[in-house]
Design a protein around this ligand. Structure first.
Ligand code: SAM
Length: 241
């Protein structure tokens, strides 16, 4: 695994963060060292897939990056006739995802698609995962994609939504951010790397608070949902149609 050193050198003119080739090359390391409990979301997805997968249905990994969530779904599939659709709009990510998943998917068929998730149709779905992707969509597109997910899910289908969040309370918001930065520092990111990455990503990754997420899930039609994970300012929701 290539080590993420993208923000290690001092740079006075930091460019906006992009999911380009430089990022794709170190992304596995970046995910594990930057997102608290990232591995838990992947392991839990495999466990839940075993329970919620339905024969002859589709699974969607929206914003698949290198395909870790698709791989977890694949490991969990214990019925016949399933197809996984892994979608990402970054060409660099999709190209690395194809290499990463080659020869690893044996339980289901997989289609890796280089497109915006807003352009794709969701239908006959028993599993949909959006692991840290909604936060990169324009705010006015977020309800649309949730509606599309709800409408495309079969009854009894599972939606797993993981996000970085903000908090309405300033004191708590700042404390959770500090805890996250300390998590990164303990994972060998320097204070300089942490602050330069923050500058690069702050206008690209726009967080919602829990109330907004929950209102959106309700508006889309979900009645059964709750947080199954919160680690500092990172959360994951389980929602069942
Ligand atoms: C934080 S990464 C997701 C990590 C991945 N889901 C995982 O669990 O390993 C966010 C990904 O979403 C993709 N993305 C952002 N907006 C998108 C959109 N509108 N359509 C498709 N992909 C998108 C980015 O290219 C990036 O690869």
């Amino acid at each position: 695994m290539n080590k993420d050193k993208i923000f290690s050198k001092e740079n006075k003119n930091i460019d906006q963060f992009e999911f380009n080739e430089e990022v794709a090359d170190v992304f596995e390391d970046m995910l594990h060292r930057s997102i608290p409990s990232y591995l838990s979301t992947i392991e839990t997805l495999e466990f839940l897939t075993k329970q919620y997968i339905q024969p002859n249905s589709n699974c969607y990994d929206l914003g698949c990056s290198l395909g870790e969530a698709s791989l977890a779904i694949e490991k969990g599939i214990n019925v016949d006739g399933c197809t996984i659709f892994a979608i990402d709009k970054s060409e660099a990510m999709v190209s690395k995802c194809k290499k990463n998943l080659r020869n690893k998917i044996t339980n289901a068929s997989i289609e890796i698609i280089n497109d915006d998730i807003l352009n794709i149709e969701i239908n006959n779905a028993s599993i949909v995962v959006m692991n840290y992707t909604l936060q990169f969509l324009e705010k006015n597109q977020r309800q649309l994609i949730l509606n599309k997910i709800y409408n495309g899910l079969k009854d009894g289908g599972l939606f797993l939504l993981s996000e970085k969040i903000t908090n309405k309370n300033k004191l708590i918001r700042e404390q959770l951010i500090n805890l996250h930065h300390d998590f990164k520092y303990k994972n060998s990111y320097s204070r300089l790397e942490i602050s330069q990455k923050r500058k690069a990503i702050e206008e690209v990754l726009i967080c919602d608070n829990k109330d907004t997420h929950e209102l959106r899930l309700k508006k889309a039609g979900f009645k059964n949902f709750d947080l199954w994970l919160q680690h500092f300012n990172f959360v994951s929701y389980i929602a069942i149609k």
